[in-house]
Design a protein around this ligand. Structure first.
Ligand SMILES: Nc1ncnc2c1ncn2[C@@H]1O[C@H](COP(=O)(O)OP(=O)(O)O)[C@@H](O)[C@H]1O
Ligand SMILES: CC(=O)N[C@@H](CCC(=O)OP(=O)(O)O)C(=O)O
Length: 297
């Protein structure tokens, strides 16, 4: 696993340089959202799992929240079920929620758990339904109808916004040095399963845990400007402006909104980074080289 081009002395120096960062995060909780697009290559996914185990080993409490949008899309296509998005959220009917749960809480969740455990960690795969962790209410959104130009309510079906996070189960797991790996599903007050955007879910978990950091791993280097150049840092005000003028669109909107929410809930540092870069998590936390977009107050 060691890089043949780095001398043993340099390896020791690199480890030593990580010490102040390890001390900064000692006993702190860090929420890492692993996006479906970032999960692509097996070697990167395994490197990600190793990074998570390394965090646990250095007395950090990692909590992983994963997505799986592309993986859901592949399964729906295979089954011949059409799927559409409104305001960046999947319109989820009764047939779709079954597949969403099967893919998220089943194959995707168990694969990440498997990789972390293979790397020597003790991951526990759950969804927000377990232990009544996340209660959600059905999402309501309005959109402007292009024909009439009138705002209309869109029925997104079984899609939810987190309302309440119960930390009992998560705190137990963290206390026993187990690594929670969470699929973004929740229960409504009347017991229905709801599909939650994984960024929104990660923000709710990070906010409730008062996490020290929230890392959102995606498939782009961070927030890009109109000429596709990386924006290294962004204030809440600037971020809102970029959403309003359309520079930030699609799946980047819930991501940036999650960052704003998490900051307002007291999470200290929130970044969007490229999860396709090997060891993106270690680079971000244990080196002085921030790689993606830092969003701040
Ligand atoms: N300003 C922007 N900067 C970077 N990405 C953007 C921007 N606006 C829209 N996007 C899109 O957002 C995508 C990331 O969101 P998404 O596909 O939901 O990722 P994930 O699966 O990681 O949650 C990028 O691949 C890109 O196509
Ligand atoms: C309501 C809604 O849109 N839910 C998402 C949940 C998965 C997700 O968010 O995955 P990524 O992070 O990989 O995009 C969906 O069905 O695709």
């Amino acid at each position: 696993m060691t890089d043949q081009h780095i001398s043993p002395l340099d390896q020791a120096r690199i480890l030593s340089e990580a010490l102040p960062h390890m001390q900064e995060y000692d006993e702190e909780t860090i929420v890492i959202k692993y996006g479906g697009h970032a999960m692509g290559a097996e070697d990167t996914a395994k490197a990600f799992a190793r990074d998570i185990v390394l965090l646990e080993q250095t007395a950090i409490n990692p909590v992983v929240v994963h997505g799986g949008g592309p993986q859901i899309a592949t399964m729906l296509k295979r089954l011949g079920i059409q799927s559409e998005f409104a305001a960046g959220l999947r319109i989820t009917d009764a047939a779709t929620i079954e597949i969403v749960e099967m893919v998220l809480a089943g194959s995707v969740n168990k694969q990440i758990v498997g990789y972390i455990n293979e790397a020597g960690g003790k991951a526990v795969g759950l969804s927000g339904k377990d232990g009544n962790m996340v209660k959600a209410s059905k999402t309501t959104r309005t959109m402007v109808d292009p024909d009439s130009n009138i705002e209309k309510a869109v029925d997104l079906g079984f899609v939810g916004d987190p309302e309440k996070v119960d930390l009992t189960l998560l705190n137990q797991l963290i206390g026993y040095e187990l690594i929670p790996v969470l699929a973004p599903l929740a229960t409504s007050q009347d017991g229905q399963t709801l599909n939650i955007n994984a960024d929104t879910f990660a923000g709710a978990i990070a906010g409730a845990l008062k996490a020290k950091r929230l890392l959102l791993l995606t498939d782009v280097p961070g927030v890009l400007d109109k000429s596709k150049k990386l924006i290294p840092d962004l204030s809440i005000k600037e971020a809102r402006k970029l959403i309003a003028d359309g520079t930030i669109s699609g799946g980047m909107i819930p991501k940036v909104e999650t960052c704003i929410y998490a900051l307002e809930q007291g999470v200290q540092g929130v970044v969007i980074i490229d999860g396709k870069t090997q060891h993106a998590v270690l680079l971000e936390l244990f080196t002085n080289q921030g790689t993606g977009t830092l969003i701040h107050k």
